[in-house]
Write a protein that binds this ligand. Structure first.
Ligand SMILES: [Zn+2]
Ligand SMILES: [Zn+2]
Length: 317
């Protein structure tokens, strides 16, 4: 997962000094995907509706950008990811919501100061649009003091041990919960050897925790985009969707903020198809919900992209 990246300066310096061999290694780890690979990853669309065929087709017109070659410090240069085609997703017997476990819960922990934190209503609105038609509910916020987790001070910053937070969450899962995701402004670490982690999730345990402590930016739209991306990306993992290696996509792994900022908010055809299998949305309805969200929060670029998709699908009907 994107959040498992180690950020120890010593290690990064070592990587920089060995950049040539890292690039070579990156080349070995990640095989650049061809248009044929991407087509295979999307899978056979014959039995789908006209609208779905358009939604899941890459016409090579630049709407969906193929995955760019990773730089030495980027995710795919450092993590071996074989990629997950739509068929391999089906064969993995993915975790799926059912009649009983059907709600995504968001649990805010602690304060979300207006000047530095993403807006919780925005996160709720976005998750609802993204995972339409699943029910998404926000639980009442709990105070930091209620969290039973080991903590440490790392460079004056308080951090919680993320697996402890997840253990604390697990008994609080409602009977109708498909998954519960905690959001916090407190920094996290996954294990004492690591400097920090953006978040952790376990689809088997159906709980995850994500910190927005490191997403600060003067630009509010940047803070909003980062928080919205990480929340929907990690929720994607809850449906057993693995990292995307085929396109520039919200399911791409990311090692650092620049890499995350370069990924789009939308899903590529491969991941969109997996998500539809899990959540069972109508492709146009979902894009309409997203369009309303992007308009409301003034993310004009994303609003235009989604609108163009809606128009394209309409042509096919
Ligand atoms: Zn991930
Ligand atoms: Zn994708």
């Amino acid at each position: 997962m994107r959040s498992m990246k180690m950020k120890i300066t010593r290690v990064n310096m070592l990587i920089l000094s060995l950049s040539l061999s890292v690039v070579a290694m990156g080349g070995l780890i990640y095989k650049q995907q061809t248009s044929k690979d991407r087509k295979i990853a999307i899978g056979d669309l014959k039995k789908l509706s006209a609208a779905e065929k358009v939604a899941f087709t890459d016409r090579g017109d630049g709407v969906f950008l193929s995955k760019t070659k990773p730089g030495a410090n980027d995710w795919l240069a450092q993590q071996k990811e074989p990629g997950q085609t739509f068929v391999s997703y089906l064969n993995s017997t993915p975790n799926l919501p059912g009649k009983v476990r059907s709600v995504i819960y968001i649990l805010p922990i602690g304060e979300f100061p207006e000047e530095s934190a993403p807006d919780l209503q925005m996160l709720l609105d976005y998750t609802r649009a993204y995972y339409h038609p699943m029910e998404v509910l926000m639980k009442p916020a709990v105070a930091d003091a209620e969290v039973k987790a080991k903590s440490r001070i790392n460079g004056r910053v308080k951090q919680w041990l993320a697996p402890d937070v997840m253990r604390w969450m697990k008994p609080q899962l409602n009977d109708d919960a498909y998954a519960m995701i905690s959001v916090t402004m407190t920094d996290l670490y996954p294990d004492p050897r690591w400097n920090y982690v953006f978040g952790m999730a376990s689809f088997r345990q159906r709980v995850g925790v994500f910190s927005f402590a490191r997403y600060g930016d003067k630009n509010r739209a940047t803070v909003l985009r980062r928080a919205a991306k990480i929340l929907t990306h990690e929720t994607g993992h809850m449906f057993s969707i693995k990292h995307c290696i085929f396109y520039q996509c919200n399911m791409n792994g990311a090692n650092h903020l620049n890499e995350m900022d370069a990924t789009p908010m939308h899903l590529c055809p491969v991941c969109l198809r997996k998500m539809q299998h899990a959540v069972k949305f109508d492709v146009v309805e979902r894009y309409q919900k997203l369009h309303a969200f992007y308009k409301k929060y003034k993310l004009e670029e994303e609003a235009e992209w989604v609108k163009a998709r809606i128009d394209k699908i309409a042509e096919a009907k």
